[in-house]
Design a protein around this ligand. Structure first.
Ligand SMILES: *Cc1c(COP(=O)(O)O)cnc(C)c1O
Length: 403
């Protein structure tokens, strides 16, 4: 490995996070850890705002404007201009919303193109929407490497997740967006494994829509709300299929007819989860003064160290992620037939990653709270688990509900 990669400047700010003693956390790609200040902030929100202000909090504590305020803050991390990102609901809902708006922009076309590397809920939500729209709609799912070439003249929307949740393979966002638009299709990107992981140039990509979640690399906490981006020129045009009252032009006029709000506000649906929004708002503070390019450089250094050390010391594992860091997000996956049991054995020894069926051991790299010493210590444990076949213990083989 070139020294320049190993010596990327550190962006570590471990003191900002609650990290349990004895744990090396390699699963921030699935659920980010708790930023310490979130506890006091949410506590204060509950006592001072909900407790004392009651209903007055919607105006007085800024709850009503919070989803848009948070959208702007996330926008800065993903290359989206002010007023183009709205926070709310869950990612599954935002996928549905984006896809419905995309299809409304191409009423003469009937095909949604996605790939088999997409996260299942994206495909499920698409299927549910298409079933509702009628028999002539089709969800076409191709292999990830075939996606760009499969965008034909019948494709209304291309809906892809930039980083594959299993392998970490990363799509060429700009290139595929261009191909989609040259074929007359609308482009939707899911940034679930991109936002907070590396620099994203949403505006530069030219894509029409993007969605993502905030409990992975953005550390918003379990169940933290999702976000949706609409390209500025479409903000007043995009059809809000989920016509909730808070996306209305005048929610407190209580009209019987729906009239979409101008701009990104039309992507609001109903009452936001204010406690969770407040946790997210506070959690985003860990990014203040951090350059995403430096986060990326540090993540690449950690990943290259991990791959080199695992390949040298754990011959039982096979790399499942692209070897070229440019073609990878911020996770590294290895295949191992007994991956589930091996991951349980690792977790019991304080090294937390996760497992994705059928045989993927997945490790996330999040340099804000992970450094080179952590990677070295994690590989030590991994080597022991594999060399001594500690995963053979039957207790590691019983599958829990969440893997
Ligand atoms: C994590 C993830 C989801 C999860 O959706 P929720 O509605 O938040 O449960 C959806 N899509 C992708 C691509 C993901 O990585």
């Amino acid at each position: 490995m070139p020294d320049t990669i190993r010596t990327a400047p550190s962006v570590t700010r471990k003191d900002l996070f609650h990290l349990p003693d004895g744990v090396i956390y390699l699963d921030g790609n699935s659920l980010g850890p708790l930023p310490k200040s979130v506890t006091a902030r949410t506590q204060a929100m509950m006592t001072d705002e909900w407790g004392e202000m009651l209903i007055r909090g919607w105006n007085g504590a800024g709850w009503f404007a919070q989803p848009g305020r948070l959208g702007d803050r996330i926008g800065r991390l993903i290359g989206a201009p002010e007023g183009t990102v709205m926070v709310g609901d869950t990612l599954s809902i935002k996928v549905y919303q984006a896809l419905a708006a995309a299809l409304a922009l191409r009423p003469d076309r009937r095909v949604v193109l996605s790939d088999s590397g997409n996260f299942p809920t994206d495909l499920y939500m698409a299927r549910g929407l298409l079933e509702l729209l009628g028999d002539d709609y089709e969800l076409r799912v191709v292999a990830p490497e075939e996606a760009a070439g499969a965008i034909g003249p019948d494709v209304a929307a291309v809906m892809l997740t930039e980083v594959d949740y299993r392998t970490g393979r990363r799509h060429d966002m700009a290139g595929i967006t261009r191909a989609a638009q040259e074929a007359g299709a609308v482009m939707i990107w899911d940034l679930a494994h991109s936002a907070g992981a590396f620099p994203v140039d949403l505006e530069g990509s030219g894509c029409e829509f993007a969605v993502g979640c905030t409990y992975k690399y953005l550390n918003g906490g379990p169940g933290a709300p999702a976000f949706i981006y609409v390209r500025p020129d479409l903000a007043d045009v995009a059809a809000p299929t989920l016509q909730g009252w808070l996306g209305h032009d005048a929610p407190f006029a209580f009209d019987l007819d729906y009239r979409p709000a101008g701009g990104i506000a039309r992507m609001r649906v109903g009452t936001p989860p204010v406690i969770q929004m407040t946790a997210l708002e506070e959690a985003l503070g860990v990014w203040d003064g951090v350059a995403m390019t430096e986060v990326r450089a540090a993540a690449v250094a950690l990943m290259e160290q991990f791959i080199a050390d695992v390949e040298a010391r754990c011959p039982q594992l096979t790399l499942a992620s692209p070897r070229d860091p440019e073609a990878r997000g911020s996770q590294v996956s290895f295949r191992f037939d007994e991956g589930y049991a091996a991951m349980q054995a690792l977790i019991e020894r304080g090294v937390i990653g996760d497992f994705r069926a059928p045989d993927i051991m997945r490790f996330g790299f999040t340099p804000l709270y992970l450094d080179a010493d952590d990677v070295t210590a994690a590989v030590d444990v991994l080597e022991t688990v594999l060399r001594d076949e500690l995963w053979q213990d039957p207790k590691y083989k019983a599958r829990a509900a969440v893997t």
